[in-house]
Design a protein around this ligand. Structure first.
Ligand code: ADP
Length: 231
């Protein structure tokens, strides 16, 4: 998210919605009569989906592959790289379903497919819960296609993303201090996050996020109900 401009649209999701996308992907896999032996869930975004799809499809073999974009000291590399090699025997001779949360450029899932194929797997197919039109890679199974580009805030990284989004809007708005109403206002202005939509998706969580931002020394409470950005 750090590479994004100050201004971009966000969609906040909840567990139920994402769970239904996991069910949709599983339905497609079943309908296609593809019966994978193992699921490879890309870390970190594909983990929840990987576990749920195992349940929907009746699989007990789940393994992981961690994709990263950074080499050395926070230098962005164009190509996604594999952080940890897969344990010997995890995919050899097996039919594999690779799952991730979203394909944006599609680089991660494409690279993961190449990697798994090089390890003498059987049939290798790919799935993502969501697909953006920016993706150059088309997974075999897709929960939903998004018409317009948005940053999707998933429930498993709600706090991580909200800390980034809130500190970002505080920096851009450049005010001395912010009340909760100001934060909501700027989230709406810069990221199109509607207050009611946010409360429906993730009720009563703004205080929790602000408390966590204080604990991480990102913000400081300067007066009751007023926060200032520290970094
Ligand atoms: P690349 O590998 O080139 O960064 P990907 O499309 O493979 O692009 O995305 C990598 C990971 O980054 C995704 O699995 C997801 O966790 C996160 N991500 C990328 N774009 C978004 C987005 N629009 N909303 C939420 N998460 C995203």
């Amino acid at each position: 998210m750090s590479d994004l401009p100050d201004d971009f649209n966000c969609t906040i999701t909840n567990w139920e919605y994402i769970y239904s996308l996991c069910r949709d992907v599983s339905d497609d896999v079943r309908q296609d009569e593809f019966e994978p032996d193992v699921i490879v869930a890309l870390a970190r975004g594909g983990w929840f989906a990987g576990r749920c799809i195992c349940d929907f499809l009746g699989l007990d073999d789940l393994t992981s592959l961690k994709m990263e974009h950074y080499v050395g000291t926070a230098e962005k590399s164009g190509e996604p790289t594999i952080r940890y090699p897969m344990p010997e025997g995890s995919v050899e001779g097996k039919d594999v379903l690779i799952i991730d949360d979203i394909a944006d450029t599609g680089g991660s899932i494409k690279r993961a497919q190449e990697y798994v194929e090089q390890r003498n797997a059987g049939t290798v197919r790919t799935a993502t819960l969501q697909l953006l039109q920016t993706s150059e890679f088309e997974p075999d199974y897709v929960g939903e296609q998004l018409e317009e580009w948005a940053w999707v805030v998933y429930p498993w990284n709600f706090i991580e993303d909200m800390v980034d989004l809130i500190s970002g809007v505080m920096e851009t708005a450049d005010e001395e201090s912010f009340a909760k109403a100001d934060i909501r206002h700027y989230l709406n202005e810069y990221h199109d996050v509607d207050r009611i939509e946010m409360e429906i998706a993730q009720p009563n969580r703004l205080t929790e996020v602000l408390t966590e931002m204080e604990r991480r020394d990102v913000v400081e409470m300067t007066a009751p109900g007023e926060w200032t950005l520290l970094e």
